[in-house]
Each structure stands twice: as structure tokens, then as C-alpha cells.
Design a binder for this molecule. Structure first.
Ligand code: NAD
Ligand code: WQD
Length: 334
């Protein structure tokens, strides 16, 4: 298939492009490099031996998208491109709504013009909001979120669902990711945010590399077994493979389907730090600090639907995630 991958130079997108190429698909990347570096395309080529087509383009640029669709017969799109920093979205809501929603509108309009009917969307566990009990199941109400970023995911899920109602021959797969961490085994691709990381594993990587002094664990008094928050961390390569399964699923199907991509297990921040130390023979400095606003004590996926509908389940261990994350972090920026 010719698969248009928006945000394909980013963290999850780049790993997915590798899996697409390895599976024999043609990947066409559209990324404006607002949160990625152009050399990711070289790295993908080094790993796979194939250079994906790359357009440095803002997905909100509808004429630019038309040119891409004119140059390639696009069979499906995987839409990763978005702004994703939860805290920043609280301070800059308009930028988040504009970027994440307008990109989606532009893509849908151009897809309609060119008769492309398969849409795989990067949604998030954040759509379950603060009130659902875990494990989160897809049939739970997913109409809540605690940040403008999260609301963009809720809204885009809704927009895609309404679009499918109007166009019953269209297929939208709404993949709700839990907490992707880890990196490609080559050490060439990984999560390398600009500035001080907000997310746990990139922060741990910078501490391990000596670029930051210590990790602050946000809260040690949560109602969890060791007092720190629990999340469903999954290996980014497992997540990437989930997109291939979603493409296969969408090929002969119509309608909108929300599917969790997680392991089904929750582990705590402290457990993850200990696993990182064990996997990499380290002793990471950390302190327990105050809670971070907006964090939920614990959540993880019910992973059954992905298994039943996509034939997908996570195969990498926490140790794999920690080892590969360090393999990447120690070389990042070099
Ligand atoms: P990322 O920032 O590494 O990748 C997103 C990519 O999109 C970047 O390369 C960026 O340059 C590009 N981009 C942003 N706006 C664009 C635009 N208007 N036009 C073209 N390119 C644009 O983020 P990621 O972690 O790889 O996340 C990918 C997707 O998965 C996002 O939609 C994100 O919201 C979603 N998601 C991520 C996580 C996570 O923990 N990483 C969890 C759930 C969902
Ligand atoms: C994980 C745990 C923190 C940093 C976010 C988004 C979510 C999704 C994934 C996109 C929490 C703790 C973190 C640190 C810490 N993204 N932590 N010290 O908050 O579960 O999810 O990313 O859709 O929408 O909200 O991920 O990696 O930020 O935090 O103690 O320096 O690590 O409190 O318990 P989170 P995270």
C-alpha cells in the first residue's frame, strides 16, 4: 500500500515508517518538522535500506496536501501529526486546537477529493478522562479530558465518527495509545524532545546521561501499592506494529472503531525507575516531590479488543523498553 504518514518524522511516526517499509509498504511522510529533525529520514534509510518519500509540509496546507495526493495514489493515511505537550496546551489552547483540528479537516477534505477512505488516527488514553474506572475499555464513555490537548483527541474522534456516519464506506480506526516508551533497537530512533522533557522516560534518559541532575517523582502519596502513579507503558515498536495491524484491519472494513493499544498492565513510576536501573546497571538519582497537577493515580488498558480485532498484543518487556530507551538516550544529540 501507499501509506501517507503525517508526523512521520516524529517519535511514534518514525518507528511506524520503519515497520511499514519492512512490511513492503511505501511510506510517504508529511511533516513540518515543528517537533522533529530532518535527519530522521536518513536514519530510517540506514535502518531499512529504503528512503521514504519525505515532504516538509504543514498538514494544514490544503494545497500542499493536494500536491502530495496528486503525486502518489494514497491508499491510506496514518495521522500522527499533532502538537502533544499537555502542559503547553493549557497555556496555548488556540494553537493546539488550530493545529490538531485544522490538520485533520484538511486531510479529510483532500482524502474526499481523491477518494481515499482509510484513516488511522493517533488517539490517546486521555480521552477516557478522570472518571472512568481502570482498566479502560473502549465502550466506556470517552468524552472527557483534562487538557486542551486531550480535548483535541476527544473532538477529532467525534469528527471522524460523524464523518463515517455521513460516509458509511469510509473506515476510521481510532487508536488509543497508552504510554509509549523505548526506542528502536538500532539506537537511531527514539524520543528526543526539545528542551526539558515533560514525559517520564525521556527525563530519565537525560538524568542517566548526566544532562539533568536528578529525577523528581511527582507524588509519593497516591493510593497505589508504593504511593507513585501507575501507567500502562508499552514499547514504541509494539505500538508501531499495531498500526500495521490496524491498516490490515481497515483494508476490507467500513465504519469507525476505537481500539486501545496498551499492554493491559500498570506499573508504577518507582517500578519503572527500578527496572531502568536493573536493565542498565545504574543507580538513577531521584527525589519524591509534590504531585503534578492533572495526573491521575493509576490507569491501564483493557487490551482484549486489540487482540480480538487486530490480532495484536504487546510483546516487549519493561526491560526491553528500559534498555532500548537508554541505548538511544546515551547517543541522542550526538
Ligand atoms: P511527535 O511530536 O514526536 O510527532 C508528531 C510529529 O508531527 C512531529 O514530527 C511534528 O513535527 C509533526 N507535526 C506537528 N504538527 C504538524 C503539522 N501541522 N503538519 C505536519 N507535521 C506536524 O509526537 P509522538 O509522540 O510521535 O506522537 C504522535 C501522535 O501520537 C500525536 O498525535 C500524539 O498526540 C499521539 N499520542 C502520543 C502519545 C505519546 O505518549 N507519545 C500518547 C498518545 C497519543
Ligand atoms: C508518567 C508518570 C508522572 C515526569 C502523558 C499524557 C497522555 C499521553 C502520554 C499523549 C506520571 C510521572 C513524569 C517526571 C514523574 N500523551 N513523572 N516525573 O502523564 O501518563 O501521559 O503522555 O496523548 O495524554 O498526559 O505521561 O510520561 O508525563 O508521566 O514522576 O519528571 O510519570 O507523574 O505518573 P502521562 P508522563
Amino acid at each position: 500500500m501507499n501509506v501517507l504518514v503525517t508526523g512521520g518524522a516524529g517519535y511514534i511516526g518514525s518507528h511506524t515508517v520503519v515497520e511499514l517499509i519492512n512490511a513492503g509498504h511505501n511510506a510517504i511522510i508529511v511533516d513540518d518538522l515543528s517537533n522533529a529533525k530532518a535527519d530522521v529520514v536518513d536514519r530510517i534509510q540506514t535502518i531499512t535500506g529504503t528512503r521514504p518519500v519525505f515532504y516538509e509540509l504543514d498538514c494544514k496546507n490544503i494545497d500542499g496536501l493536494r500536491s502530495v495526493f496528486s503525486a502518489h495514489k494514497i491508499d491510506a493515511i496514518i495521522h500522527f501529526a499533532a502538537f502533544k505537550a499537555v502542559g503547553e496546551s493549557v497555556k496555548k489552547p488556540l494553537q493546539y486546537y488550530r493545529n490538531n483540528l485544522d490538520s485533520t479537516f484538511a486531510l479529510l477534505e483532500v482524502m474526499e477529493e481523491f477518494g481515499c477512505k482509510k484513516f488511522i488516527f493517533s488517539s490517546s488514553a486521555t480521552v477516557y478522562g478522570p472518571n472512568n474506572p481502570h482498566p479502560y475499555k473502549e465502550e466506556m464513555p470517552a468524552i472527557q479530558s483534562s487538557s486542551p490537548y486531550g480535548w483535541t483527541k476527544v473532538m477529532i474522534e467525534r469528527i471522524l465518527t460523524d464523518y463515517v456516519t455521513a460516509h458509511p464506506d469510509f473506515c476510521a480506526v481510532l487508536l488509543r495509545y497508552f504510554n509509549p516508551i523505548g526506542a528502536h533497537e538500532s539506537g537511531l530512533l527514539g524520543d528526543d524532545p526539545n528542551g526539558i522533557p515533560n514525559n517520564l522516560m525521556p527525563y530519565i534518559g537525560r538524568v542517566a546521561a548526566g544532562q539533568l541532575e536528578k529525577l523528581t517523582i511527582f507524588g509519593g502519596d497516591y493510593p497505589t501499592p508504593d504511593g507513585t502513579c501507575q501507567r500502562d507503558y508499552l514499547h514504541v515498536v509494539d505500538l508501531a506494529v499495531g498500526h500495521l495491524k490496524a491498516l490490515e484491519f481497515a483494508k476490507d472494513r467500513e465504519g469507525a472503531e476505537a481500539i486501545n493499544l496498551g499492554t493491559g498492565n500498570g506499573i508504577s513510576v518507582l517500578e519503572l525507575v527500578n527496572a531502568f536501573n536493573k536493565a542498565n546497571d545504574m543507580d538513577l538519582p531521584y527525589v519524591i516531590g509534590p504531585r503534578r497537577d492533572g495526573d491521575l493515580p493509576a490507569f491501564w488498558a483493557d487490551a482484549e479488543k486489540a487482540k480480538n480485532l487486530l490480532g495484536w498484543e504487546a510483546t516487549h518487556t519493561v526491560e526491553d523498553m528500559c534498555r532500548s530507551a537508554w541505548q538511544f538516550a546515551k547517543n541522542a544529540g550526538k
